[in-house]
Write a protein that binds this ligand. Structure first.
Ligand code: MN
Length: 272
């Protein structure tokens, strides 16, 4: 069995005077540390190439970044909204739809949990301090790997299995959060103020886990529980990768390619 390919949603940025596209290195390091092969997907691909870009991919990671445009959840932009990226919204919504159709396992981080909730029909608080004044500070001035607030996990949930049952404190730098949870998702992690910090899909549907904090920033911490999230994604992706190889056996080798093999596998397998 080869190491599974994990697509990682990227960003467009300008620095040193040039337009660039890529991801924070922490995401790639965390996927590599978990035994996966990170494959960075640029928003420049656009919605038309999103599904094609997933050919041969075994799992998908949706990363942090810009606010999702509130039009996607039928709300007017708040004056506290941070600048959204239409290009990234369009790409990632298409990528998410394609990944779900292919029944790929999905991990979401920060913007990722928000994008997933919106893509599945949920809504967001556009700015926590303005719309949820009883919240604790979710965007303190702190280093990116600094753990600043506790998260309570549902016993027996995917999140708890991945992160362990010991008391958990996480880093936090977000000003938005899930408001109305999408149908098809269940909340499995919360801060003491009641905001959702972890979600997963209901049993019997393709595997998905998402968190509001930044586990990738803990890659430098020996035995950080957060690494368990990436290992959980890679484990699910490995299962898919080995199933895909198995499913190729009865097919005509001359007519087999990896793309059609994956789609055939997804269509022919019962949900899990
Ligand atoms: Mn938080």
């Amino acid at each position: 069995m080869s190491a599974p390919l994990i697509a990682v949603g990227g960003v467009n940025r300008t620095w040193d005077g040039s337009d660039r596209t890529g991801v924070n290195a922490a995401y790639a390091k965390s996927v590599l540390a978990a035994g996966g092969v990170p494959l960075i997907l640029s928003p420049l691909l656009g919605s038309s190439h999103a599904a094609r870009a997933l050919a041969g991919v075994d799992g998908v990671l949706f990363t942090g970044g810009e606010d999702v445009h509130p039009a996607w959840y039928h709300a007017e932009p708040s004056p506290h909204l941070f600048p959204p990226s239409r290009e990234r919204d369009l790409f990632e919504l298409a990528l998410f739809a394609a990944a779900r159709q292919m029944e790929l396992p999905i991990l979401g981080i920060c913007r990722g949990i928000q994008l997933i909730n919106v893509a599945m029909g949920g809504t967001l608080y556009q700015d926590i301090p303005a719309e949820y004044p009883t919240a604790i500070d979710h965007n303190p001035t702190a280093e990116r790997h600094h753990r600043t607030h506790a998260v309570r996990l549902e016993a027996g949930s995917r999140a708890e299995v991945a992160l362990g049952s010991a008391p958990l404190t996480v880093n936090s730098f977000h000003h938005q959060a899930i408001r109305d949870l999408a149908k098809g998702l269940i909340a499995t992690g919360w801060t003491e103020d009641g905001l959702i910090e972890a979600v997963e899909t209901v049993p019997g549907t393709p595997w998905l886990l998402a968190v509001q904090w930044h586990p990738e920033e803990m890659f430098g911490e020996a035995n950080a529980p957060d690494g368990g999230l990436f290992r959980a994604l890679v484990k699910e992706a490995s299962r898919r990768e080995s199933e895909s190889v198995d499913s190729s056996a009865p097919r005509d080798p001359a007519g087999f390619d990896r793309v059609s093999g994956h789609q055939g596998t997804a269509a022919g397998r019962s949900p899990r």
